[in-house]
Each structure stands twice: as C-alpha cells, then as structure tokens.
Write a protein of this length. Structure first.
Length: 308
C-alpha cells in the first residue's frame, strides 16, 4: 500500500496524487508497488529491501542522493487475552524531494501521523519531519515500558497470592520483551549518534536541539529497560527459589506423614502373623494403645525437629 500525505493547515492530510515535498507512506508493498517506488522516486533497490527485512538492524546509509535510516520501533499486539511487545524495523528513505517511510505493517506510530494527530509535521521540511518521527518512536518506547512495568507489578501481585505456571510464563514474556527493547534501544542510540555527527544529514540549529531531545528520551528508555530487566530477573529468580522451597516443604511434610501412618501398618502386620508366641495376644486393646502412643511420640519428635 502506498499513500501520499501533505501538510495542510498544520496537519497531515492524505492527498490523491504524488506532489513534491509530500510524505510517501509505504506499508507492506507488493512487487508492483516496490518497483514503482524504485523507478518513480529513484530509490536504491537495496534500500527498499533493507527496509522490508524483518531482521535488519538499525543503521544509516547514504548512496548518491538517497539516505536510508533504519530504526527499530516498538510494537504491541494483542495475542488472545494478553499483550505482546516486540520491535520491528522502520525504513526512512530521504530523497531530493521527499521522505519515504517503508514498513512491513501498519503501526501506531505511523497511524498517529496518517490520522493527523501530530501537529506541525511538515514533510517538505525533510530533516525536521524525520526527527518528528524519531521523537514519536522514542516517546512510544517510554509509553510501552511504563505499560510493561504496570503489567509486571500485576503479575507479581498474582504470584504472591498463588504461584501458577501461567503467571510465571507471563513474567517470562515481559522479561523477553524487555530484552528486545533493550537491544533495539541501544542500536537506535548508535544510529542517532551517527546522525548527530552531521556527516550524512545536514543539521540546522533547531534540528540539533530536537535530535538532542530524542537522544535524551532514548537514553532514558535504555535506563528504564535495564532497571526493569534487572528487577524482573531478580523477581523471577526469587519466585523460582520460593517455589522450590515450597516443594521441599511439601515433600518434607509428606515424608513425615508417611512415617507416622506406617506405624499402624507395621504393628498390625506383626500381630497379623500366625505366631502364637507374640506378647499380649489375648489382649486386643494393647496393640491399639501401643500404636496410638507410638504415633503420638513420633509426631512430637517430628514437630520439635520442624518436620511437620
């Protein structure tokens, strides 16, 4: 899908045909649309392929009059009743006349621009428009990290009540998402640092200030993800130890109960043999009293040793 957007009355609005200085939004293009992007806008084929590669790492590249910025963006998807967080690459291609974004699927970040929710986003100011996209990406990272923090707090509260495998698996999913975020954020930071050097993109004073704000938010997101990851790792390890300890307690109690219950079995087995020389054979109540006394004595001993 290829759509064109232009700044009209300080808001991005969709237009029917291509115009110079517009934003070209390309989402999961087919072969025909890919060829149109390459031929009509003189885009390097390798740039388009890199933008559509789900395994592409963040980087910046320049070839003739085209500049490619690949950046990892945060994604959240609903899987059954749960939310899953991960990252995917977004390709931003800057040509002589336009900014082209290429992604494998529609994302909330792109949707905010296409819906006109972002004010003063002007594609004709190419560098400023690209930095507006990058700023929105960094803001989304912080927003999703706060959501994951709340989610992990809820899971932890559930684990304190009843330790279920489902809750532990959810905690593991959050931890896995934080690992993805942490790696992507560090890669994004490296790409932004290259942009700040100004060797590939020409930066004006206002652009430098905006880029500085983006880097501050990215660094904040990196710190947040590292802190949450450490907390989650410690929490998962602690609950794992608690579960193991609870299992040991259960096994200890079961072993003690088995020992107590075995006393009647042993005595009844002895007096059940066809042997006439056993003591107290004529007094049926003696073995019963002996059994009860032994069970009480063993129970007291086990209680003192904290086995029950």
């Amino acid at each position: 899908m290829i759509e064109y957007y232009k700044n009209i009355d300080n808001r991005l609005r969709k237009i029917d045909m291509y115009e110079k200085g517009c934003w070209i939004c390309c989402i999961d293009p087919n072969e025909e649309e890919s060829n149109r992007i390459i031929n009509d806008f003189n885009v390097e084929p390798e740039f388009l392929r890199a933008s559509l590669d789900s395994e592409e790492t963040p980087h910046i590249d320049s070839e003739e009059n085209n500049t490619l910025i690949v950046i990892d963006i945060p994604i959240v998807e609903r899987v059954e009743k749960d939310l899953r967080y991960y990252t995917m690459p977004l390709g931003i291609i800057i040509t002589d006349s336009n900014v082209i974004t290429v992604s494998l699927k529609e994302t909330p970040i792109i949707s905010e621009f296409t819906d006109g929710a972002v004010k003063n986003a002007d594609p004709s100011l190419k560098t400023r428009f690209v930095f507006n996209i990058l700023l929105k990406i960094s803001t989304k990272y912080l927003q999703y990290l706060k959501q994951m923090e709340k989610k992990s707090d809820v899971i932890e509260q559930e684990l304190r009540k009843t330790m279920k495998n489902k809750d532990l698996l959810e905690l593991f999913e959050v931890e896995k998402s934080l690992v993805y975020f942490s790696y992507s954020l560090k890669s994004d930071e490296g790409t932004l640092e290259k942009i700040r050097r100004g060797r590939i993109l020409k930066l004006y004073e206002d652009d430098e200030d905006l880029l500085e704000d983006i880097l501050i938010e990215i660094k904040q997101a990196i710190d947040m993800s590292a802190i949450h990851l450490n907390i989650l790792s410690s929490t998962a390890e602690a609950f794992g130890s608690i579960i193991s300890n609870n299992l040991n307690v259960v096994m200890k109690v079961l072993a003690s109960v088995t020992l107590i219950v075995s006393i009647p079995t042993v005595i009844s087995g002895i007096y059940g043999m066809n042997t006439p020389d056993l003591p107290f054979m004529d007094y049926w109540w003696v073995p019963m009293i002996l059994t009860v006394l032994l069970m009480i004595i063993v129970t007291i001993i086990l209680r003192k040793k904290d086995m029950l």
